[in-house]
Design a protein around this ligand. Structure first.
Ligand code: SF4
Length: 323
């Protein structure tokens, strides 16, 4: 059984101009202890996917269809209070984007960690629990007595990760956990997530726009474009033999220090509006391989380690082309 199995997930924001389809038919599977990087441009729906998984969408956003199975239990069938009681922090936790700037300035780190333990009725040695969580994220126990303004950006990000792992969840969703940190600290935070994954045997879902960063931690990669996962596969396959034209363009756009190609590659055009979007391929206007059939709904075609949502991989079209 998969650790996480997401099927046909749709999460929309209901605006005056119509539904904004931020997550539109996402399918995803994670084996036990497997990590995935969800990569896409700003506005591609990757953060909405994280909040939908975490039962944390705010009005006017809402999950409208699909299932999210965690260890075989459908989270979408749970009431908010049941989810809070049984799942949040204990089985699944999320480091929200910008969370390090949302630490309460008037409470010490210890008070904020104690609040989580209290909320979940933790009855063990709270001091020891907090010390262990801080130790796991590479911080000294003395940090517990500090206020957020006394900490650097990197330390604050470690604190929000410590909060997320305090109740020892099996699955951690980290949404852009390295934003606003310098390059050295970015690498340290990713290494921290990697060591937590290995030591605590956790599944990690890393949401990021940085395809290069994901290579440091992910077993799998999901490429998100305009509310859909257009390609999912083993990290090695995505880097070495990308299939979807968008994935190929993204990889080409990664700057390479030692490459003789000094040209900066970018993807022309812009993603479509997700309000009242049509059924056809969402990359159509930016794709140099676009065909008439691409205006129809694009199914998922299997690949060696996942799937791709692109008509180029329809076996009939490949046969016609003699591939
Ligand atoms: Fe391009 Fe068509 Fe594939 Fe879309 S389905 S990425 S338009 S070839």
């Amino acid at each position: 059984m998969s650790k996480l199995a997401v099927s046909g997930l749709k999460a929309y924001y209901f605006t005056e101009r119509g539904p904004l389809k931020a997550v539109d038919g996402v399918n995803l599977e994670l084996a036990d202890r497997e990590s995935i990087g969800i990569v896409g441009e700003s506005g591609s729906g990757k953060s909405s996917l994280g909040t939908a998984l975490m039962h944390s969408m705010q009005a006017p956003g809402k999950v409208v269809e699909g299932s999210i199975l965690l260890d075989g239990v459908d989270l979408n069938n749970m009431t908010p209070s049941e989810f809070s009681r049984k799942i949040r922090w204990k089985k699944m936790a999320m480091v929200f984007q910008g969370a390090m700037n949302a630490l309460d300035p008037v409470y010490t780190v210890e008070s904020q960690l104690l609040e989580i333990l209290k909320e979940h009725g933790y009855s063990g040695d709270t001091e020891e629990k907090i010390k262990n969580a801080l130790d796991s994220v590479g911080l000294d126990a003395s940090v517990a007595k500090k206020y957020p303004h006394e900490l650097s950006g990197g330390m604050k990000q470690r604190i929000v990760i410590a909060m997320a792992i305090l109740m020892e969840p099996d699955l951690l969703i980290a949404d852009e956990p390295t934003t606003a940190l310098d390059v050295i600290m970015q690498k340290k935070i990713i290494e921290l997530l990697k060591s937590l994954r290995d030591e605590r045997k956790m599944n990690i879902v890393l949401i990021t726009h940085d395809l290069a960063l994901v290579s440091l931690i992910a077993d799998k990669i999901g490429i998100m474009y305009a509310g859909q996962l257009v390609e999912v596969g083993a990290a090695g396959d995505i880097y070495k033999t990308p299939k979807h034209p968008y994935t190929k363009d993204l990889i080409k756009a990664i700057p390479r220090l030692h490459s003789t190609d000094k040209k900066i590659h970018f993807i022309p055009g812009r993603p479509p509006s997700l309000i009242n979007i049509t059924d056809g391929c969402r990359f159509y206007d930016r794709c140099s391989y676009a065909m008439d059939i691409c205006k129809k709904t694009v199914p998922e075609f299997p690949t060696a380690s996942g799937y791709v949502r692109c008509w180029l991989y329809d076996p009939n079209i490949q046969k016609e082309k003699g591939e």
